[in-house]
Design a protein around this ligand. Sequence first.
Ligand code: NAD
Ligand code: ISE
Length: 335
Amino acid sequence: EPLGIAVIGTGRMGADHVRRIDRVISGARVAAVVDVDEERARTVAAGVDGCTAHTDADEAMASPDVDAVLIASSGPAHEAALLGAFARDLPVLCEKPLTPDAASALRVMEAEQALGHRRVQVGFMRRYDTEYVRLKALLGTGQLGRPLMLHNRHRNVASPSFFTSSMLISDSVAHEVDVTRWLLGHEITAVTVLRPTPSSGAPEGLRDPQFVVLETDGGALSDVEIFVNCGFGYQVQAEAVCERGTARIGDGHQLVTNMAGRWGGTIAQDWTERFAQAYDDEVQAWVDATRRGEVTGPSTWDGYAAAAVCEAGVRALEQGGRVEVDLADKPPLYS
Ligand code: NAD
Ligand code: ISE
């Protein structure tokens, strides 16, 4: 029997996950979709055999056909959906960010602890990208020595109209926060955000780009250029500088052409293109683990830690200077 999944939120990511579950991965089917926009939910459900459309997540989760929940609604809607899934003890794959701030992430973490077992995989899908996986494996061999610094670049073609200056941190740099914690196995202790004069290509009032410095409890530094209106492409790059060498991913050189006195290639235009393989492997890993009765991948603790670091980052953006991260103790459930 395939795992029956309810997908909550059928916007850009939700609709793509529905397509992925329906047509790409194995062992699961989309049993229900939910969106506050009824028309959107109906349109997406119409393309999937045996899928029902709902505007109320609880109603969908109550269906006997639903065994697990994929949350892809907007960040502020995640907490209610997570608590609803916990009430029915359903396994969850929750898109990043777990929740938009540390207090709500802490509430979710407390609710999961009250269940007594992990139920959530957080959608930090870069952990499933083959390039990041190879970088982590290389660092793990110790051949390069101890990592000293990470240099990250995160560029989007254009930001959506609702994007605010703090979302460059909480929505975008959230990925580098997770990648830094995961690659290094360190917690982030302090954040500094530097702000060059905004690009004339950015919407009026948006502080874009920003330069973020993360300090870790292992004594490493991780810097992030975040530029969400670069105009030319979607680029995510990372370089680890270690004691005996460096390693870099994200150059996107799978195909290099030579023509008319020039060499070159194409640049992905958005995350669905650049990280297609990562999303496929992330959702397949979640389905496989769920069918085995296990929970793997980024945890609620990882979602909470990212939220706490991003909250410090937003304060650093607003007030300037270096802001220390206020992190709760790690509960035994996540160790
Ligand atoms: P979107 O605005 O396209 O879609 C969000 C959908 O959620 C909309 O259809 C909206 O009507 C619906 N919605 C809002 N509140 C709801 C509620 N209470 N119940 C049900 N539906 C509700 O946004 P998106 O770009 O698809 O982003 C969705 C999530 O995915 C966000 O958490 C975002 O951060 C995340 N995301 C992750 C990645 C990644 O690389 N992993 C990329 C983009 C977005
Ligand atoms: C978006 O929500 C994502 O998660 C993308 O991966 C990221 O590149 C983008 O900046 C975010 O807004």
